[in-house]
Design a protein around this ligand. Structure first.
Ligand code: IPM
Ligand code: MG
Length: 370
């Protein structure tokens, strides 16, 4: 069995703690003889800046190119508030996304029945929720040029970010959404602001044209992004796959996370285009950030990081059945009443990061043996 090349980038804040639990799961997968791994580790974010004055080194980017899958913890924290903008911790993550051309960001929001009471919404609105936000990840206002602050003759300043999309960028992300919908609920909702933005108008037209070009079996709706935000908290179960641009996707996925009980529950996969051999470059990361307020205390929720590994098993490592078992192990420990602080409710058992990871591994091994 050829070893799968993994690059682990734990990053800052709680990143190293939750990545530790991924290592635990990887060890269990290897011990069971299901896969073998060649694991490398490197720095990204503030820790990379501290080590070599850049949010990611060229060597680390080269390793990411060569890996079968990259797993990233989190970047950033108040410690680096003062570093120059181009060296801020987030720049490392953005460079990885851009250099590896990871244009398709899948952010599933699943509400495990056991967690429905941890959601900010009423149980009946979220119980059984299963949606995916497909966020465009390498275009739009995140990367558009010009992006600058200039001095005006009157002594004031002028800041510009550029929201820009070309046809091919919208077309390829729309295809990802339609193809994903086909193996799920067969419905796509596309969100933009065509009433205010030219890029929204083009987004709407290209998604519609792509739909007509061979995806008409999938049901397509369009919704203005603000209205979609409202509907996400009013009646989230109406959605199946939501496709949207980089910035709206960033915002809407944070909203979606709270439907599931906690930001600590959302995994994500960032995928590139398939090459001739059918492989894609890929990076897997939890949607949550570095949570500096609880870093180093051993209380962070590792489930989004572990669920990100499950996505890697499914999309990069060719093991959807192991991914499924791992997802069921996560659901199982939640059903057993184990909770980290972020999802704790009266009557459940509060555990730390390592205990949660151990419990997932124990449940995973149990399910494999069954
Ligand atoms: C996310 C994060 C990032 C983003 C930050 C850390 C740059 O919020 O992945 O959602 O804005 O894309
Ligand atoms: Mg975000």
């Amino acid at each position: 069995m050829a070893a799968q090349k993994l690059l682990l980038l734990p990053g800052d804040g709680i990143g190293p703690e939750v990545m530790g639990e991924v290592r635990r799961v990887l060890a269990a997968i290897e011990a069971k003889g299901l896969l073998s791994f060649e694991i490398d580790e490197d720095l990204v974010g503030g820790c990379a800046y501290d080590a070599h004055g850049k949010a990611i080194s060229d060597e680390a980017v080269a390793k990411a190119h060569a890996a079968d899958a990259v797993l990233l913890g989190a970047v950033g924290g108040p410690k680096w508030d003062g570093v120059p903008y181009e060296h801020r911790p987030e720049a490392g993550l953005l460079r990885l996304r851009k250099d590896l051309e990871l244009f398709a960001n899948l952010r599933p929001a699943i509400c495990y029945p056991a967690l429905a009471d941890s959601s900010a919404l009423k149980r009946e609105l979220v119980d059984g929720l299963d949606i995916v936000i497909v966020r465009e990840l390498t275009g739009g206002v995140y990367f558009g040029e010009p992006k600058e602050i200039t001095d005006l003759p009157n002594g004031q300043k002028r800041a510009v970010d550029t929201q820009v999309y070309e046809t091919y960028e919208i077309e390829r992300i729309a295809k990802v959404a339609f193809e994903l919908a086909r193996v799920r609920g067969n419905r796509v909702t596309s969100a933009e602001k065509r009433n205010v933005m030219k890029s929204g108008l083009l987004w709407n037209q290209v998604v519609t044209a792509t739909h007509k070009s061979g995806y008409e079996d999938v049901k397509l709706d369009h919704m203005l992004a603000d209205a979609l935000g409202m509907q996400l908290v009013r009646a989230p179960k109406q959605f199946d796959v939501i496709v949207t641009d980089n910035l709206f996707g960033d915002i809407l996925s944070d909203v979606a996370s709270m439907l599931t009980g906690s930001l600590g529950m959302l995994p994500s996969a960032s995928l590139g285009a398939e090459d001739a051999s059918g492989r894609r470059k890929a990076l897997y990361e939890p949607v949550h950030g570095s949570a500096p307020d609880i870093a180093g205390q051993g209380v962070a929720n590792p489930l989004a990081m572990i669920a990100s590994l499950a996505m890697a098993l499914k999309y990069s490592l060719g093991k959807p059945e192991i991914a499924d078992t791992l997802d069921r192990a996560i659901a199982g420990v939640l059903a057993d009443g184990l909770r980290t602080g972020d999802i704790w409710t009266e009557g459940s058992t509060r555990v730390g990061t390592a205990e949660m990871g151990q419990a997932v591994v124990a449940k995973f091994e149990q399910l494999l043996a069954a």
